[in-house]
Design a protein around this ligand. Structure first.
Ligand SMILES: Cc1ncc(C[n+]2csc(CCOP(=O)(O)OP(=O)(O)O)c2C)c(N)n1
Length: 578
């Protein structure tokens, strides 16, 4: 066949046509044909040490750049290893295209070596997925995959390509554009609905903007800021929305929800109009949903109609791209002032600021503030999952979208480090930092090899409380200090039941030694346990080229406050120790 391409060549061609900036992955027998083409292709490929990390790296790349991330793995275990990464991207609506090898079509369903029904497995954690049955379908499916992943409400798309399809030839060209009849996201909001939003704003005396990750993905930061200013509306964001509105602005209420600020939660409970923008009313945000924003009319602007009225009753839905809807709204809404409301908010802010106690040990909140002070809003911050994630969300002032990367929806430990690697590849001009717990970092620590070999200068700050701190906090607060299996120092010599206190008979050492571990991978490591050493240690770390681990020993008793207990209304917060 003249001008025919193999399926494997078509995959490379598609990556080039889509101008993909980075591909992450791991080889194997069922994808060997694609890797053979990668050998000499002009595609920036990064070999990670685990497929899960490859998928998180693709996700981090996408979050930092706004462009789709791509991951390629083999069939069976290679494909199942990306399940957590896909679910993470799915819950946070991140555009990732996963290409997996599959056993040849005639062996599918026969329990062939390294066969897994990855299309079945990932059906509920991808926006869409495809099993390619013949090579002639491949160009259109690949085009559709990129289109679906990046349009509407973004999300991961998986394309499963059997080995014989990779080897077969096709003359079907890669399409320049695509129309999918059953999939047509609504971009422009309904003008009548938008007019009603403007009227609601005019009527309201205590409005709040509640902004989520959808505003980040649609690039609506500018419109949010303009609306807040024009109509004098305070802004709170979800974890996913951090950075979309500058937290240094006097109208910022910072984050709301379980570990949100007292003033954001009070404002939401007292407001008479809540304008939800690209946010999905997660239970970590609403607390007891029946008592969420009890005095407010709720407006919900979102590109995904299925998310509207899923969790809360909404007076006024607007389906459309957040940026497009807000631009239209800004055109028609009248300017307003809310002096009394802003005074009230100022008072809450004064009376209930975020705070922590000093006790001679390194306070994690102080580390976060020191980092923020040193990097002057110029860094990209990734996190793992746990207390350190919440301290970072609370005590770092985010001012720009796409500078905070965290697994919000799924809450995936092990996400931050590979995501930081992906982000650093997307933004080589930025300092990229992963804030980590000693538990989480050990879930994908092998990626130090990837970071060292590709010289990806990510700085990892490990808050070492020698425990699975967030779970320990719950055990301390709600399970009568029965610290079941959250101590990372636990050994076979420990008593069956441990008080978890200062004088518990702990083994006299703990593992790993993160400094030595960094050195074992030819990276640099620094350690500190005194508050006065925090800044000098960070200075050393930030000025050391290449990937660096910084370990700070912190107090395992330090908890995250404020805290709305699960299932309680937002204004019933535990504000911390008196
Ligand atoms: C993969 C995974 N397993 C389990 C959990 C449940 N979990 C949430 S936070 C947490 C503890 C995290 O410990 P660490 O990384 O040390 O952070 P810390 O809370 O101490 O800051 C655990 C086990 C999770 N979120 N993800």
């Amino acid at each position: 066949m003249k001008n025919a391409m193999t399926g494997a060549e078509m995959i490379i061609h598609a990556l080039q046509q889509e101008k993909v900036g980075a591909v992450f992955g791991y080889p194997g027998g069922s994808i060997i044909d694609v890797f053979d083409k990668l050998y000499s292709a002009d595609v920036p490929f990064f070999l990670t040490r685990h497929e899960q990390a490859a998928c998180h790296a693709a996700d981090g790349y996408a979050r930092a750049s706004g462009k789709p991330g791509v991951v390629i793995t083999t069939s069976g275990p290679g494909a199942t290893n990306i399940v957590t990464g896909l679910a993470t991207a799915y819950m946070d609506s991140i555009p990732v295209v996963a290409i997996t090898g599959q056993v040849p079509t005639h062996l599918i369903g026969n329990d062939a070596f390294q066969e897994a029904d990855i299309v079945g497995i990932t059906r509920s954690i991808t926006k869409h997925n495809f099993l390619v049955q013949s090579v002639d379908e491949l160009p259109r499916i690949l085009k559709a995959a990129f289109y679906i992943a990046t349009s509407g409400r973004p999300g991961p798309v998986l394309v499963d390509v059997p080995k014989n399809v990779q080897q077969a030839r096709t003359t079907v060209p890669y399409p320049e554009s695509i129309e999918i009849r059953s999939y047509k996201p609504t971009v422009q909001g309904h003008p009548q609905q938008i007019k009603k939003v403007a009227e609601e704003i005019k009527k309201a005396s205590r409005p709040v903007l509640y902004v989520g990750g959808g505003a980040v993905s649609s690039g609506a930061a500018e419109e949010i800021r303009e609306l807040a200013e024009k109509c004098d509306i305070p802004v709170t964001t979800t974890l996913m929305g951090l950075g979309v509105f500058p937290e240094t602005d006097e109208r910022s209420l910072k984050m709301l929800g379980m570990h949100g600020t007292v003033y954001a939660n009070y404002a939401v409970q007292e407001c008479d109009l809540l304008i939800a923008v690209g946010a999905r009313f997660d239970d970590r945000v609403t607390g007891k949903v029946e008592k969420f924003a009890p005095k407010a009319e709720i407006v919900h602007i979102d590109i995904d109609p299925t998310t509207i009225r899923k969790n809360v009753q909404v007076k006024l839905p607007v389906v459309g791209d957040v940026k497009a809807v807000l631009s239209e709204l800004l055109r028609i809404v009248e300017p307003k002032k809310h002096r009394e409301w802003m005074e009230q908010i100022k008072e809450w802010k004064k009376n209930y600021p975020l705070y922590y106690r000093e006790n001679g040990k390194i306070q994690p909140q102080m580390v976060v503030q020191t980092v923020a002070d040193m990097v002057k809003h110029e860094a990209i911050i990734a996190t793992e999952v746990g207390q350190h994630q919440m301290w970072t969300a609370q005590f770092y002032d985010f001012v720009e979208p796409r500078t905070f990367l965290s697994s919000g929806g799924l809450g995936t430990m092990g996400y931050g480090f590979p995501a930081a690697i992906g982000a650093q590849i997307a933004r080589p001009d930025k300092l990229v930092i992963d804030m980590a717990g000693d538990g989480s970092i050990q879930m994908n620590i092998q990626e130090l090899a990837t970071a060292v070999l590709y010289n990806i200068p990510v700085k990892v700050i490990i808050f070492n409380n020698q425990s699975l701190g967030m779970v320990r906090q719950w055990q301390g607060m709600f399970y009568n200090r029965r610290f079941s299996n959250t101590c990372l120092r636990k050994s076979k010599f420990c008593p069956k039941v441990c008080s978890g206190s200062e004088n518990a008979p702990c083994p006299d050492f703990y593992v790993p030694d993160f400094v030595k571990l960094a050195e074992a991978y030819s990276a640099h490591g620094f350690y500190a346990e005194k508050p006065e050493d925090v800044r000098p240690t960070l200075e050393k770390a930030f000025s050391t080229p290449g990937p660096v681990f910084v370990e700070f020993k912190i107090d395992k008793e330090e908890n995250v406050y404020p805290m709305v207990p699960a299932g309680a209304p937002l204004n019933e917060m535990i504000r911390g120790m008196a």
